[in-house]
Design a protein. Sequence first.
Length: 368
Amino acid sequence: MRADVVERQLTGLARSGLDSDAFAQGALDLLQRAVPFESACLAFTDPVTELLTGTVKLDLPDARDAEFARLEYETDDINQFQDIASREVPVGVLSLDTEGHPERSRRFREFLVPHFDQGNELRAACRVGGQTWGLLGLYRPTAATGFSPAEAAFVASIAPLLASGIRAGLVVEAADPGREPADGPAVLVVSGTNDVVQASSGVVRRLADLGADPWGELPISLSSVVSAARSYATGRSETPARARIRTAAGTWLVVHASTLSSPHGSRGDVVVTIEEARPPEIVPLVVAAFALTDREREVVRLVLAGSSTQEIAAELFLSPYTVQDHLKSIFVKAGVSSRRELLARVFFEQYAPRIGGTLSATGWFTAD
């Protein structure tokens, strides 16, 4: 299929109101028609830390996610995603960037070829609005023709569409209001070999929310945070290991991880804390997903604070008519028709499922 046709279809898909998983599946199906591949992964990221928070894969297993995370976050290699995301054109083709010697890459030698026989790799960071919302990996067998500069250029051109579709999908579905809140944070300890060696009582439920078994393979959203914690501890990364993750049920979680030490030195053990995200954590992310301008973000901030149109105009040195114009644009982007609906979409989706609980000193509901 012609690349321009695929690009138009991706544009429509990004605006179709699909959740992130459904959008990613549809996007990979379309992309394969313009840039043939045998296997692929479109991952979602926390736009602040750029850590992986979920994946949609084609013909790739989940069994080696921890090994992938180790190579991505704990070692130095060619075309790592964080490097690609910082480029002016955020795309990398392993064979081209190694001048025909992909074996220079540790990922190629230890992961792609021995486990999957996928020796041709194209990677891209999906960026829009100055933030990375997704990461793309396309793969072909070792014996196949490699990805061309023209294919890399096409992926670079549609990467912002992928980012827009992922970003929009974050706010498609609200959390299930009938779901009971969890009993506080869940804590687990992951050994240097990436096995869960200790877990609190809430871990089973939390990992079930993420589609995982607490005593089995960790999902990539947790594996990436664990590896990022080790990278931070050794000074390879300046970003603390932290990510906001949305479960299939629509609940937002915050995951923190840090390494443990002992009198005999570090053993590579990592403690991971998983807890429900509070509105101050999630409201900025949800608002960012609406693709608002800087001025529109300021207006939303004041709307959430309960300011009237006149008060917003005075605060931002705008006319009331200009504020109304901004509000109209915000309503279109958020898919609502009034302030009340905007408040419900952005704020009460995070609070309403917990109404009736006891408020803590922080203003968040405690687990009674």
